[in-house]
Design a binder for this molecule. Structure first.
Ligand code: ADP
Length: 247
């Protein structure tokens, strides 16, 4: 039906760990260029949903269609190739390399991470690295060793390392965790900017930040959807207040 209009269609998604359904008959649909935020109490199944989409965890049942392609049968690297990028909570940057080198190593060369070290720097690659560095507020730090960046700047660098691979769908797990108020504000601007060209799924706890970035919020509870809608709508939902926001 009209579900083929969505860039991502998750239907009846279920995963059991020793009989315990961490994600239970879950269905949701994401539009192109949407920022979807997933919220919910600890253990609700948020991380597991991202693990299922990126192929790190195999579904017990259900389907995940990305641009009408079934992902549940693909391996993790095939899902990356299909255009799905994921950032985990802790930055996985190369601390001894500069910002420039971290972005360069992430540039899709088709030869894997270590092959790309020997990758000849074309003007096109350099221009792309400089463009990305500008977007992630690190133009002034191109030749700074990544280790010396602030925690927030490291998070931005990792977003840049994802962006340079041009994934159509970016999944971010608590991108502003540990950031200052200013860095959070800048990150909200960055994510809105990214959404002009990409689709995003973001796990987040900070409701102020959620309200700034989300087109739509999916509230998970015990592996199921408790509520879904605009940030204003879910914030006012008595069920959401009871199981999540009231604490
Ligand atoms: P959230 O990200 O919302 O905090 P998770 O997706 O991490 O929740 O976890 C959902 C539930 O699934 C939790 O009860 C967790 O203990 C369980 N779980 C997650 N991964 C596994 C696993 N690999 N094996 C067994 N249980 C798991």
């Amino acid at each position: 039906g009209s579900n083929t209009d969505f860039i991502l269609a998750v239907e009846g998604l279920t995963v059991s760990f020793d009989g315990f359904k961490a994600v239970n008959d879950l269905s949701f649909y994401v539009d192109q260029n949407e920022i979807r935020v997933i919220i919910g109490p600890n253990g609700a199944g948020k991380t597991t949903v991202l693990d299922l989409i990126c192929g790190r965890t195999k579904a017990t049942d259900g389907s995940i269609r990305f641009r009408n392609r079934e992902l549940t049968r693909l391996k993790e690297h095939q899902i990356v190739k299909a255009g799905v990028g994921r950032k985990f909570q802790n930055p996985s940057i190369y601390p001894d390399l500069t910002v420039f080198e971290n972005l360069e190593i992430s540039y899709p060369s088709g030869r894997g991470v270590f092959g790309s070290l020997a990758f000849k720097r074309s003007a096109e690659v350099v221009a792309r690295i400089e463009e990305i560095a500008g977007r992630i507020f690190l133009s002034e730090h191109l030749h700074t060793q990544a280790d010396l960046l602030s925690h927030g700047q490291k998070q931005w660098l990792e977003i840049g390392m994802l962006l340079i691979q041009k994934p159509e769908l970016l999944m971010l797990d608590e991108p502003v965790a540990g950031m200052s108020v200013n860095e959070r504000r800048q990150t909200a601007v960055l994510l809105r900017e990214i959404a002009k060209e990409h689709t995003m799924i973001v796990i987040e706890h900070d409701m102020q930040f959620v309200a700034e970035i989300a087109d739509k919020v999916t509230v998970l509870h015990q592996g199921r959807i408790l509520a879904e809608g605009s940030p204003e709508k879910v914030k006012a939902d008595p069920k959401v207040i009871e199981v999540y926001l009231g604490h």
